[in-house]
Write a new protein. Structure first.
Lengths: 339, 295
């Protein structure tokens, strides 16, 4: 490695901007994986096409902002509140994505686990090929420009905070928002899985026939979970859109779904606190190692480091399955894998 | 006016070429699925491994295409069998279930694909085989690489069919894929058949990978991964665990993919194949040829 490159890498390692990027990435992954944790960890659904729902959420919001300038106006009785176009589009995007979750689940949810996995990954690929080859999505060139209002909002918040002596900036505003959302969603799901509704989910996961015999329709519950998990994937997609600021089909490859799987399995199947922890560990390994300038990473050229990172992720996945299938926080009794 | 006759013929030829490759990739996938209950997501990357092993033989060592193919087959089946002893057998010993094995195979796929990328780089590489010569046969044109792939695949399909129907091992493999408990009760040595299954899956993946590299005239670390879902489509079409079904399913998927471009833009041909797979899983999960029974 040349001296100049080393300096760049060393400063990247120490740079706050870079670590903020890693933590934002971890927040997006955490939200994305929470949806999968609900579907797999608590209900036993083998969803391998989770990325499709993140793509639907991202593209729906971006295209609504770019093409319609649509914004809700709420009538509060004593006056009107106009909702910003970005928030309106984001809300519609979540609802649309949940509808797609239902739509995919309606025929597929009855399939046995491995067939559901293959069906959902195939759905994700069909969607990606569709996005890639349509004009209205921007095709391979992508969709961009939707982030203007959000960036303006970040700048306003930064300026207000500055006037009271707090230094933020665009990245830090996004970081706070994404982890706020991740925290709230974790708490929300924590309540959900302890509610009577959530107990039925676990009953279905443990013994579908028994739940059925008690008068709970497993299909209806699974469909609700499919919709809810898809909505959560859409929320991850919204923050992801604001992080990358240009949507491109290559950002929504099946590999991304497997990242969520690694996070869920790392944190522990059926463990909600395991998800943010798993996401931070994953983002540290995946994004963080990109700029490691010290041995043994210093022996590798940049493209090789990209390959080695994914080898590492694969080895972690194999190691979890072989040695600690319950993950960091999971309980062995709650393991779904051995059926 | 419908499409010109020679266009239909040309697409049919192309469909049979790619379909025969999907077919020989799908046989190994379906046998492993049926016999070991492993949904092997690394199977596509076994193809890639074969393609790069042939590259080493053909380009680095300057061996002939035939010898390169032989080396790709041997290396890939050795890898496939080594994985059985290093990973799959110990995991079965721990009582790992279908989902565990499925997820483990994704890990194997990631490691294998990116190890290949680390070793040979992400750039496209080629064999030292002249593949661009083509022949005009009146109704349609074929290129030398298409002839090679069709000829080799046809031989392999017949050989695989004969092996499965005539040999003792092939019969035992089909019996195990069909009903492992019944097969075990009738005195078939499970562990031995498992090793033979990996040999067949690895050998066919090795040669399919090389042929895919010849057909595409370009080899990248993603070569086999992109072939995995079409191969799964063939597996589901033929019924999981049914090797004859996988052969027929592969040819069907190849034809459907190519002929679909008469109706929809050709960029959607993979999407069409995946759509067919989803429909089969939803409507006839036992496959088009399979008998309905409780799954």
């Amino acid at each position: 490695m040349s001296g100049g490159e080393f300096v760049v890498l060393a400063s990247a390692l120490l740079s706050l901007t870079f670590w903020q990027f890693v933590v934002i990435t971890a927040g997006v992954y955490a939200i994305f994986a929470l949806g999968l944790q609900l579907q797999y960890g608590f209900t036993g659904l083998l969803n391998f096409g989770h990325i499709a729902f993140m793509a639907i959420g991202s593209y729906t919001m971006a295209l609504l902002i770019n093409k319609t300038h649509l914004a809700f106006v709420l009538n509060l009785g004593f006056g009107h509140l106009s909702v910003p176009a970005t928030v309106s589009a984001a809300l519609i995007a979540i609802v649309v994505t949940m509808a797609f979750g239902l739509l995919v689940g309606l025929p597929a949810i009855r399939l046995r686990a491995d067939y559901l996995a293959i069906t959902t990954i195939a759905f994700g690929e069909i969607l990606r090929i569709f996005i890639l080859n349509q004009d209205f999505t921007g095709g391979p060139l992508g969709t961009y420009g939707y982030g203007r209002e959000f960036l303006g909002f970040s700048d306003t918040v930064t300026a207000r905070a500055h006037s009271v002596g707090i230094e933020l900036g665009r990245d830090r505003v996004l970081l706070i928002l994404v982890w706020l959302a991740a925290g709230l969603l974790t708490l929300f799901l924590w309540r959900v899985v302890r509610s009577p509704w959530g107990r039925v989910l676990r009953a279905i996961r443990e013994d579908e026939d028994a739940a059925n015999a008690l008068g709970k329709n497993p299909i209806a519950y699974k469909l609700q979970v499919m919709a809810l998990g898809s909505g959560i994937a859409a929320i991850a997609g919204l923050f992801f859109s604001f992080q990358i600021l240009i949507l491109n089909p290559s950002s929504f490859e099946p590999l991304f779904t497997f990242f969520a799987w690694v996070i869920v399995l790392l944190g522990g199947t059926g463990s909600l606190r395991g998800v943010p922890v798993g996401a931070l560990v994953f983002a540290f390994i995946f994004a963080g190692t990109r700029f490691f300038g010290f041995w043994p990473f210093s022996l590798l050229q940049a493209p090789d480091r990209a390959a080695v990172r994914l080898i590492l992720i694969g080895l972690i996945l194999i190691a979890i399955m072989a040695f600690r299938p319950q993950g960091i926080f999971g309980k062995k009794e709650e393991l779904l894998l051995d059926r | 006016m419908g499409p010109a006759m020679n266009e239909v013929v040309q697409l049919t030829v192309n469909g049979l070429v790619v379909g025969s490759l999907i077919a020989i990739s799908a046989v190994g996938l379906t046998l492993v699925y049926g016999i070991l209950k492993i949904v092997n997501f690394a199977h596509g990357d076994y193809l890639t491994f074969g393609a790069y092993m042939a590259l080493v033989a053909n380009v680095t060592w300057s061996l002939s295409p035939i010898l390169s193919a032989a080396f790709a087959v041997l290396a890939t089946l050795a890898f496939s069998v080594a994985m059985e002893f290093a990973l799959w057998r110990p995991m079965r010993g721990r009582g790992a279930g279908t989902t565990s094995l499925f997820l483990t195979s994704i890990g194997v796929a990631l490691v294998l694909r990116h190890a290949i990328q680390w070793a040979w780089g992400p750039e496209s590489v080629r064999y030292r085989i002249d593949v661009f010569q083509s022949y005009d046969l009146g109704l349609f044109r074929v290129s030398l690489n298409q002839v090679t792939v069709v000829g080799a695949s046809a031989l392999l399909i017949v050989a695989t069919g004969l092996f499965l129907s005539r040999s003792r091992i092939g019969t035992a493999m089909r019996a195990m894929a069909d009903d492992p408990e019944l097969a075990g009760a009738s005195g078939i040595d499970r562990d031995r058949i498992v090793v033979y299954t990996w040999i067949v899956a690895g050998a066919l993946a090795g040669i399919a990978g090389m042929l895919l590299g010849v057909l595409r005239a370009s080899i990248t670390p993603n070569l086999g991964w992109f072939f995995l879902l079409p191969a799964f489509a063939a597996v589901t079409l033929g019924g999981v665990g049914n090797p004859y079904g996988a052969l027929a399913g592969g040819l069907t998927i190849g034809l459907v993919m190519e002929l679909s471009s008469l109706v929809v833009p050709f960029v959607y041909k993979e999407a069409i194949a995946f759509g067919v797979m989803i429909l089969v899983l939803l409507l006839r999960p036992q496959g088009l040829l399979g008998k309905a029974r409780v799954l």
